[in-house]
Design a binder for this molecule. Structure first.
Ligand code: UDX
Ligand code: UDX
Length: 444
């Protein structure tokens, strides 16, 4: 059993802390946000993440997990300090290191015995070396640094923690990396030990590659639309090739969330400042921007002028099983709709409370049926399971005009047509008969 401190109790820090406690360690989570800590101390969970509430409750009850705003209290006698503060995008796309800087400084000032500092947050390449410098400048005790990037998907973060494909540990202190490896030993995952910068780069490269896969299939989708092919079948046909793999080939309104958008931006920023010309990554970002906007093109083509039209939005979170709205495609789509004068109604199973604070002019509905009622068009933005099992006949009847833009390709185009919908998927021109511009190719 080890004593672990986790600095930053957001999505990553709270899941990491609770999971380490569940493995039998004593964990103290530290956060500067007094409200959040007060909630956690009162047994409330500030975020929606399946399984997290039970996990936290069980470990708090067993006295393995506690919360504090005090660095002095949270770092007393600790063996490992995990840093999981946020690193948002700065003005030029760079990672904003303000929080990481203040966390590193506070850790240096409060550590009272030898401990290993573990960077969990995604931080620019070279941050580990920089944290080593901060700790030796302001600290009183020896504290080696290990980079241990997280690969937790929101919505399945606890499963991802307990069943990692790999654990990456980067350090210039081999012994420190091996001690961190011990924390993960019971998970029986492959462990890769590298130097600090390589581990930091593995995280960026992994996220950039997954984002590239998504933008790649979104580009194929727009080609499919114009050439009369079905991107869902194309992705299936590609994904069965083991060299390609089926994951992350779902075409749609693009990637959002707290990681892909900011990490690809930050990698572009770092690369270009060091003399590279990251044109592939720039294209990935641009295709993702277009993917969100393609919804507007479809709506305009189907509805006509959007002024005073009622548009229903199903799904606000950036993906299902979370209430996270960071970089959620729905936010941008709603703003674009409002700019064109549309009246927006919306429903999300988990993210409405957070959305209300961000979207004052949206009318929030209690379920998908109320959202469809009287709408001139309905747009599916997030593929919640709930939307896969709707009574579509009823939805069709409730709408003023049965126009459905399926931004996540949830439904079968021919079934939707049979139900009387004017259906627009993403990259499914062959079956939906939408916007078909499949010109003659070489005289065919
Ligand atoms: C964070 C990083 O943004 C991301 O780069 C990384 O890959 C994973 O960790 P997340 O956990 O989603 O992501 O961030 P967030 O939910 O914003 O939580 C960060 C927490 O750190 C907040 O609770 C915030 O109050 C806290 N924090 C921030 C501190 O405790 N101290 C600080 O100085 C700054
Ligand atoms: C991601 C990484 O997957 C994870 O390893 C960690 O680094 C944190 O960032 P997360 O952002 O929680 O996880 O969600 P993820 O499942 O990766 O999806 C990201 C976005 O891509 C979502 O908006 C999702 O809708 C979109 N997506 C995903 C697609 O558009 N198509 C796909 O095929 C897969």
């Amino acid at each position: 059993m080890s004593t672990i401190s986790v600095v930053g109790t957001g999505y990553v820090g709270l899941v990491t802390g609770a999971c380490f406690a569940d493995l039998g360690n004593r964990v103290v989570c530290i956060d500067v946000d007094e409200r959040k800590i007060a909630m956690l101390q009162a047994g409330e969970i500030p975020i929606y993440e399946p399984g997290l509430e039970e996990l936290v409750e069980r470990n708090v009850r067993s006295q393995r997990l506690s919360f504090t705003t005090s660095y002095a209290e949270g770092l007393t006698g600790t063996d490992f300090v995990f840093v999981a503060v946020n690193t948002p995008s700065g003005h030029a796309g760079e990672a904003d290191m303000t929080y990481a800087r203040s966390a590193a400084r506070s850790i240096a000032e409060h550590l009272d015995g030898p401990a290993i500092v573990v960077n969990k947050s995604t931080m620019p390449i070279g941050t580990g070396d920089w944290v080593v410098g901060v700790l030796s400048r302001y600290g009183r005790v020896r504290a080696p640094v290990v980079s241990n990037p997280e690969f937790l998907r929101e919505g399945s973060a606890i499963v991802d923690f307990n069943h990692p494909d790999r654990v990456v540990l980067g350090s210039d202190d081999r012994q420190a990396a091996e001690r961190v490896a011990q924390l993960y030993a019971s998970l029986k995952a492959p462990i890769l030990v590298t130097d600090l910068r390589t581990a930091e780069m593995i995280k960026y490269a992994s996220n950039a590659f997954l984002a590239t896969k998504i933008s790649f299939i979104n580009e194929m989708a727009s080609i499919c639309e114009r050439m009369g092919a079905d991107v869902k079948e194309v992705a299936r046909g590609m994904g069965l090739d083991a060299r390609i793999g089926a994951a992350f080939l779902d075409a749609g309104v693009g990637y959002g969330g707290s990681c892909f958008p900011k990490d690809v931006q930050a990698l572009v920023h770092m690369a270009s400042l060091s003399g590279c010309h990251p044109q592939l990554l720039r294209a990935v970002i641009e295709i993702n921007r277009d993917a969100r906007r393609s919804v507007m093109l479809k709506l305009r083509a189907a509805v006509g002028d959007l002024d005073e039209r009622v548009i229903g939005i199903l799904g606000l979170a950036f993906k299902p099983n979370t209430d996270d709205l960071r970089e959620a495609p729905a936010l941008e789509i709603i703003r674009l709709l409002q700019q064109e004068g549309a009246r927006v109604k919306a429903y999300d199973p988990a993210a409405m409370e957070k959305a209300q604070a961000l979207l004052p002019d949206v009318s929030f509905c209690q379920d998908p049926y109320a959202t469809a009622s009287g709408a001139d068009a309905l747009v599916v933005v997030t593929e919640w399971n709930e939307f896969k099992h709707l009574d579509l006949r009823q939805i069709q009847q409730l709408m003023a005009r049965p126009i459905l833009v399926d931004g996540r390709n949830l439904y079968d185009p021919s079934e939707m047509k049979a139900l009387g919908f004017e259906y627009y998927g993403i990259g499914r021109a062959a079956q939906s008969g939408e916007l078909l511009n499949a010109g003659r190719v070489n005289g065919v």
